[in-house]
Design a binder for this molecule. Structure first.
Ligand SMILES: [Zn+2]
Length: 185
């Protein structure tokens, strides 16, 4: 569907050549509609070779076991979002260690999913009773008889058999960079 009005100032949009590509752009301000995107974040919390999973109580994916996660917020750092989602959905406190996987899904709303390796800090798995109705740490063997979502199986493999630590949080960048969340090799 074509974007009719500017989401920044409310004026009419037009189709215009922007650096060689026809894009919807505002007739009154500098706003350009680049596309529709969404970004999901997911947590891989491992404890004694078991991975934290939750069972979805709502669509999409109702009844499937997945790793905890959600969508990012406009002004919240993604590290904070994933920490909060894990705590809300499963009652587990965990902190971000690194980025270990990405999933790119080009479609109507182009989705990017960022998977974090997280350090278990504390808490007992407790489902929130709304988004998820069960939570726990499970071994690969236990997962064999569970309804684990296919993408989650891929992530569990990354969590348990990953060959690298991934992109590590850089808390002391060589130059001062404020307002960024930085992850690096
Ligand atoms: Zn505008």
């Amino acid at each position: 569907m074509e974007v009719k009005y500017c989401s920044s100032c409310g004026s009419e949009m037009e189709t215009r050549d922007v650096d060689g590509t026809a894009r919807r752009a505002c007739t009154a301000c500098s706003f350009v509609h680049w596309g529709n995107y969404s970004i999901g974040v997911g947590a891989l919390v491992v404890k004694e070779d078991k991975v934290l999973l939750v069972r979805r109580a709502q669509e999409p994916g109702k009844g499937y076991w997945t790793n905890p996660g959600g969508y990012i917020e406009q002004l919240e750092p993604i590290e904070e979002t994933i920490r909060r989602e894990v705590l809300e959905e499963s009652g587990i406190e965990a902190t971000v260690r690194s980025v270990v996987a990405l999933r790119d899904q080009p479609r109507n709303i182009h989705n990017l999913y960022v998977a974090f390796s997280m350090e278990y800090v504390g808490g007992q798995p407790t489902p929130d009773g709304v988004e998820v109705d069960a939570a726990g740490f499970y071994s690969l063997q236990e997962m064999e008889t569970m309804n684990v979502a296919p993408f989650t199986k891929w992530l569990v493999d990354v969590a348990l058999r990953g060959k690298s630590e991934g992109l590590i949080v850089d808390e002391n960048p060589v130059v001062p960079l404020t307002g960024y969340g930085l992850f690096r090799v």
